[in-house]
Design a protein around this ligand. Structure first.
Ligand SMILES: Cc1cc2nc3c(=O)[nH]c(=O)nc-3n(C[C@H](O)[C@H](O)[C@H](O)COP(=O)(O)O)c2cc1C
Length: 374
């Protein structure tokens, strides 16, 4: 059975929407905004259930959680409360109808036999709507809680490759098999039940380095890459597609991440952005996050420059989409035009802000030909 061809027919990520839209990080307290404003996202289960059902009914394509095990301190302890992504996904799959739901999973923290079975189970709960964002880890602070040392960078992806190979074989193999890799050596492997209808969960990866991008291009269905400016994004997409061609992966989808501040006028949106980022940013949490992410001072200065600092507080370093519904629709058109297939984005308070986006931005995207009507 050609499992990739089967995967291409599954669920909403292969529907007619030219630009797939998803919500990012709703399982984490404060979502992607390191802000002290009182309306910041609490990420309770009830919040998540309400949001997932709204997104599902509105025809959004996917939900993507963050796997984070320890908060970034500061007054708000940004990401201090995080619903475990695989259980979160399984719970939401049981309460939704069409939307694809990812879990984000750290390959070094979960045994592949456990992960294969968790994802197959969730895929059955969602009747083929479970998906996997596999991450190889960067945050030693949280790895310390597991007593695990992060491998040297390229080795992280070499390990991830073996980890995924084991999982895919567990999903596919009818009989027992042994796995004799460089890192993983296991005997008599078998896992049942299989994922939904002989298919498998879609796989995404967000590696940014050459090793990470090659891993994503070789091993996954969806590559995530960072959009900083339209010019840089267009180049990044072109480079990823060229590399995908070399690897004979023309079928790969390329997604990126951003955040929305959508208000009736551009001025209102900019005012709100100033309020939650500049006047109420949780600078201590932001500084701690940067210390962890960029221990090298040169990289840190690069990412800590003022404009990027605002972007980090506003949406965890992702692409800002701030303005009226027309402005946001134009931004999303630009993102589609430069070659992205999908956008995972956040709001400060997802459940409060999503209905306005649904009512005002989604119809504009339909008129622009980026989305089909439900
Ligand atoms: C959209 C997106 C989602 C990510 N989700 C997580 C996550 O949930 N947990 C995590 O530890 N890292 C996450 N990462 C970080 C990546 O896995 C990766 O470590 C980072 O992009 C650096 O890439 P590199 O390892 O190739 O240098 C995410 C990155 C992106 C762009």
């Amino acid at each position: 059975m050609n499992i990739r061809a089967q995967a291409n027919t599954r669920s909403s990520l292969y529907n007619g929407n030219k630009l797939k839209l998803g919500l990012f990080a709703a399982n984490c307290s404060s979502g992607r905004a390191a802000t002290k404003v009182p309306e910041r996202w609490r990420a309770t289960w009830d919040d998540n259930l309400e949001l997932a059902q709204m997104a599902d009914a509105a025809g959004l394509d996917f939900l993507l959680p963050i796997a984070r095990w320890k908060g970034y301190r500061g007054e708000t302890n940004f990401h201090g409360s995080v619903l475990e992504p695989t259980l979160w996904a399984a719970g939401l799959l049981a309460h939704t109808k069409q939307i694809t739901i990812f879990s984000t999973i750290h390959a070094p923290l979960f045994h592949p036999v456990v992960a294969a079975k968790q994802f197959a189970t969730a895929d059955l709960i969602g009747r083929g709507r479970m998906a996997m964002n596999v991450v190889c880890g960067w945050n030693q602070d949280e790895f310390d809680m597991f007593g695990i040392e992060n491998r040297e960078h390229s080795q992280r992806y070499a390990y991830g490759k073996e980890w995924l190979q084991v999982i895919r074989r567990l999903w596919e193999s009818e009989g027992e098999f042994d796995f004799d890799g460089k890192f993983i050596k296991l005997k008599g492997l078998i896992s049942n039940p299989k994922p939904y209808l002989g298919s498998r969960p879609l796989i995404m990866n967000a590696g940014a380095s050459p090793a990470g991008q090659d891993f994503a291009l070789e091993q996954s269905d969806i590559l995530f890459n960072l959009l900083v400016t339209p010019e840089q994004g267009a180049k990044a997409v072109a480079a990823a597609r060229a590399r995908a061609n070399e690897l004979n992966r023309q079928d790969i989808k390329i997604f990126t991440a951003g955040y929305y501040v959508c208000r009736p006028t551009r001025k209102e949106a900019l005012d709100y952005h100033r309020y939650y980022v500049e006047e109420n940013g949780d600078l201590d949490a932001y500084d701690h996050l940067l210390d962890l992410q960029f221990p090298n001072p040169e990289a840190r200065n690069l990412h800590g420059a003022d404009a990027l600092r605002m972007r980090h507080i506003g949406g965890n370093g992702s692409y800002p989409m701030i303005g009226s519904p027309d402005d946001i629709a134009e931004e999303l058109k630009m993102i589609s035009d430069i070659g992205y297939d999908g956008m995972a984005a956040s709001f400060v308070n997802y459940a409060e802000e999503f209905p306005y986006f649904r009512d005002e931005v989604l119809p504009r995207l339909e008129r622009l030909g980026l989305r089909t009507k439900l």
